[in-house]
Design a protein around this ligand. Structure first.
Ligand code: NAD
Length: 489
């Protein structure tokens, strides 16, 4: 079955299977409201059968030579590249972001497959002869069993690949539970996985919602859980999994700030900061939506930012002219519109009102559209400065100096990302040391780590210690067994 998919299926023990849960709901195109498919959730029995098959597969996969384990990943990389355009179109139809954004997202996903192909070097342990009298000692990295990842709606093509390639390359079995709001991208991804030649049960897919997630976490054969999504759910997943004695890493929501220093290149900073706030309609955990600008350059920055907000084109992500697509659901659109109302009520100044905005002056007929909004005078007490908006809303504030800006940034309960635009090495150095966020960018709008580095996150943006991507994943997916050996006795 290739796209369009009339229904969403699970993939277990190397086969496509029909879910048997009671609950079903439509999958819709956020740009048109058109129904694309139906997703039926997995039943507890579906989850159990999937995990049991994964655990059976793990027993052989863990001792399969590492060179053999990475061959399906090389094939998966080629398949992802061969199907890049159609995969991106599938993603746009169910998510709404622009085609360029979807292609960029998939590229970042493929990067993780590439990095995981280096597992023969990355997974090595250490050894030392004569660690003690007549004793040699080794640390051996070993896989742990079945891992699951629960992923959010906003990067359906990339985020599953923050986990899947590393889990299986290290010798574990892996079960993905993608967002129920845009499950079609992973239908496509699993067709490619099916073709890539993993042994049955090594990689599986279950669809569903909260009950599915809880059944996965609680399953005694699940050794560890990765989660990416909103902070309240991240916290709940972390507590449930940790309470059951499992490995867990849970990435949560965000509220990211940008500091624009007096010395910054204003045009460049405005371009980078506005595009960081508006990319993927602001539905990014790396969106920088609070921009703190030194008062000496505030007017120039405001003008440059306004020009960029005004020049966006709202529309269907499949239309090449579109720069800002729709929001994921009507409910989410209503939530972001409420945030805009709250901003006005709390006294922020709405300089550019995107609420009735459309390129031709007419409101778009269908779809969950909200045009880009620009606020100024956003103070640290306002909801706009404290809560994640997850929509195309840019918030400006003038600040008297670098210290005030840094203090405002650090007052946030979140700690996902932050950016600084400056020509001062001293400010850059202080920012690196003092900014309380896990992903920092200097003279760049979005602090997106490459796959060979981990994806940071602190405070209410992350629960756990080992992060997604890179070397952290190798540690998360393995345990180091210590072996001491004596042959002269
Ligand atoms: P969400 O928390 O609603 O859902 C995420 C996943 O959890 C989905 O698979 C969903 O089915 C499942 N889920 C939902 N409610 C649950 C519950 N009560 N118990 C167990 N599982 C549940 O998040 P979302 O709306 O899909 O994604 C947006 C959020 O994700 C934003 O807050 C964003 O900042 C965050 N995010 C964070 C990162 C990061 O790296 N820190 C990356 C991307 C997105």
């Amino acid at each position: 079955m290739s796209p369009p998919y009339d229904r969403v299926r699970n993939y277990a023990d190397g086969e496509w299977v029909e879910p048997t849960g009671d609950h079903a709901e439509p999958v819709t195109n956020p740009a048109t409201g058109a129904e694309l498919s139906t997703i039926r959730f997995a039943s507890p029995a579906d989850v159990d059968a999937t995990v049991e098959a994964a655990h059976a597969a793990f027993r052989e996969w863990r001792s399969t030579p590492v060179e053999e384990r990475i061959q399906p990943l090389f094939r998966l990389k080629s398949l992802l590249e061969e199907h890049h355009d159609e995969l991106a179109r599938t993603l746009v139809r169910e998510h709404g972001k622009t085609l360029a954004e979807a292609k960029g997202e998939l590229r970042r996903g493929i990067e993780n497959v590439e990095v995981a192909c280096g597992i023969p070097s990355m997974m090595q342990g250490g050894s030392l002869q004569h660690a003690a009298p007549d004793i040699d000692e080794r640390a051996v990295r070993q896989p742990l069993g079945v891992f699951t990842a629960i992923t959010p709606f906003n990067f359906p093509g990339m985020i599953p690949l923050w986990f899947l390639p590393y889990a299986v390359a290290t010798g574990n079995a892996f079960v993905l539970k993608p967002s129920e709001r845009d499950p079609l991208t992973s239908q496509y991804l699993f067709e490619l996985i099916d073709e890539a030649g993993f042994p049955p049960g090594v990689v599986s897919l279950v669809n569903g919602g909260r009950a599915t997630v809880e059944a996965l976490i609680d399953h005694e054969q699940v050794a560890g859980v990765s989660f990416v999504g909103s902070t309240p759910v991240a916290r709940a997943v972390y507590e449930r999994a940790a309470g059951a004695g499992k490995r867990v890493q849970a990435q949560g929501g965000a509220k990211n700030h940008v500091i624009v220093a007096e010395s910054a290149d204003i045009e460049f900073a405005a371009e980078q900061a506005v595009s960081s706030a508006l990319a993927c309609s602001g539905e990014r955990c790396l969106a920088n939506d609070v921009i703190l600008v030194h008062e000496a350059v505030y007017d120039d920055f405001r003008e440059a930012a306004l020009e960029r907000v005004e020049s966006q084109t709202l529309g269907d992500g499949l239309d090449e002219a579109t720069t800002v697509g729709p929001l994921i659901t009507p409910d989410h659109e209503a939530r972001v519109r409420d945030m805009v109302e709250t901003g006005i009520e709390e006294g922020a100044d709405l300089v550019h009102d995107g609420r009735d905005w459309a390129p031709d002056g007419e409101k778009l007929e269908a779809g969950n559209f909200l045009g880009p909004c620009l606020f100024e005078g956003v103070t640290s007490e306002m909801t706009l400065a404290q809560e994640e908006i997850f929509g195309p809303v840019v918030c400006l504030a003038a600040v008297p100096d670098f210290d005030t800006a840094l203090a405002r940034l650090n007052a946030s309960r979140f700690g996902n990302a932050a950016s600084l635009f400056t020509e001062s090495g001293r400010e850059a150095r202080r920012f690196t040391e003092e900014a309380e966020a896990g992903n920092l960018a200097i003279n760049a709008g979005t602090a997106a780590p490459m796959a060979f580095f981990h994806f940071g996150g602190r405070k209410a943006s992350f629960f756990g210690d080992l992060h997604a991507q890179g070397q952290d994943m190798i540690q998360f997916y393995t345990d180091e067994t210590i072996v001491i050996e004596r042959w002269d006795y």
